[in-house]
Ligand binder design. Structure first.
Ligand SMILES: NC(=O)c1ccc[n+]([C@@H]2O[C@H](COP(=O)([O-])OP(=O)(O)OC[C@H]3O[C@@H](n4cnc5c(N)ncnc54)[C@H](O)[C@@H]3O)[C@@H](O)[C@H]2O)c1
Length: 338
């Protein structure tokens, strides 16, 4: 059994990401040595049972982005209080990106910071959400508006768990995998799925190591996300995150081309990777309100100076602030009619 281990090296600490079939069975070795109790945060649809060497309790949270909320955090914290979880214990998030974002955020605030270990059970969580310490919840006004940086003590990506993942959720994971094709020049298509997951983890780890708190290059990991987050919010989460990212990647390429930054060939390459390789939807849902999208994009956390996008260029990705709203609007209209 091949187990890939990728260490995320940060200024004050480092932690391992383990990728392999059946690797969640080894979780006992990756718990903090101080932990006497564990709370496992998961969802009832996720068929994972862990063999933990310490006292533990499983708490389930509801599915869906509406439950990625402050009230879910409050409920969890009450569970922590009832079990007497201390800063020496551990919270274990077992699930997709929603669970790892919530478990991580609850851990960041419980007793001002309690260790968290993630067992990523969706492709999207394995290649992206569970790694790097970005945690948070949504507000009705937008995605992930309340959150904290809180690095896990370890991340476990058990590839066996993908066998129960619904097909739509697997496709969503490919939305984030597609993004990695544009972050580096790596030929991800030459790798089988296991190796590709490990390579995506390696790319994410490298970006996080360079810029833990997203003051620079880590923002490139948000490629495609400016429109994606707006589509999720305005569309009332009809589109799942990975589906929205796929559309956001195509829009970012079209916008970059409209701004004269890249050629049409490069836009076609985006269509090839997102639409053909990963069979993802590459067009906006019908009847989406463009004014609402623009307003949502203006509230994006990256939008410190006007509308802000990560955009492609001959030198690679760049964060571009103050993109003129009239150009964005015109391109959105064209895209919605494409
Ligand atoms: N923190 C970050 O850096 C980061 C990065 C990307 C995305 N995210 C967040 O991640 C979330 C999306 O993550 P997601 O796509 O994993 O969605 P998700 O967590 O909502 O999971 C999708 C569905 O799959 C189910 N599921 C998960 N694993 C399963 C398994 N092994 N078997 C059967 N069912 C399973 C879940 O119960 C859920 O119903 C969004 O909230 C997004 O904002 C965070």
């Amino acid at each position: 059994m091949t187990i890939h281990r990728i260490d995320v090296h940060l200024p004050e600490r480092e932690y391992p990401v383990l990728i392999g079939h059946g690797v969640s069975q080894q979780i006992g070795q990756w718990l903090p040595t101080t932990a006497r109790r564990a709370i496992v945060v998961t969802q009832k649809e996720i068929p994972v049972s862990l063999d933990l060497p310490i006292e533990s309790k499983v708490v389930t949270i509801a599915q869906g982005e509406k439950a990625k909320s402050l009230s879910t955090i409050e409920n969890l914290c009450q569970e922590f209080a009832e079990m007497g979880i201390t800063r020496n214990d551990v919270i274990i998030g077992v699930g997709g990106g929603m669970v790892t974002d919530i478990a991580g955020f609850a851990a960041s605030t419980w007793h001002r910071g309690t260790p968290v270990v993630h067992v990523a059970s969706s492709l999207l969580a394995m290649v992206d959400a569970a790694i790097g310490g970005k945690t948070g919840v949504n507000l009705p006004q937008g995605k992930n508006l309340v959150g904290a940086f809180w690095q896990p003590s370890a991340v476990i990506c058990d590839l066996d768990l993908l066998s129960t993942l619904p097909a739509r959720e697997l496709r969503c994971g490919f939305g984030e995998v597609a993004k990695y094709h544009f972050l580096t020049g790596d030929d991800l298509l030459s790798l089988d799925l296991d190796e590709r997951v490990a390579r995506c983890v390696g790319i994410k780890a490298a970006f996080v190591e360079q810029d833990e708190h997203e003051s620079g290059k880590r923002a490139f990991l948000n490629y495609g996300h400016t429109l994606a987050h707006a589509l999720e919010t305005v569309g009332n989460h009809q589109l799942a995150h990975g589906e929205a990212v796929a559309i956001g990647l195509i829009f970012a390429a079209r916008l970059a081309q409209a701004l004269g930054r890249i050629s049409l060939d490069r836009v076609d390459y985006h269509e090839l990777v997102v639409g053909k390789t990963y069979s993802l939807q590459t067009r906006m849902p019908e009847d989406i309100n463009i004014d609402q999208l623009l307003a949502a994009m203006a509230r994006d956390k990256k939008a410190l100076h006007g509308l802000t996008f990560v955009l492609d260029s001959p030198q690679g990705l760049e964060v571009v602030a103050d993109v003129p709203a009239d150009i964005v609007r015109a391109e959105l209209v064209r895209f919605s009619q494409a």
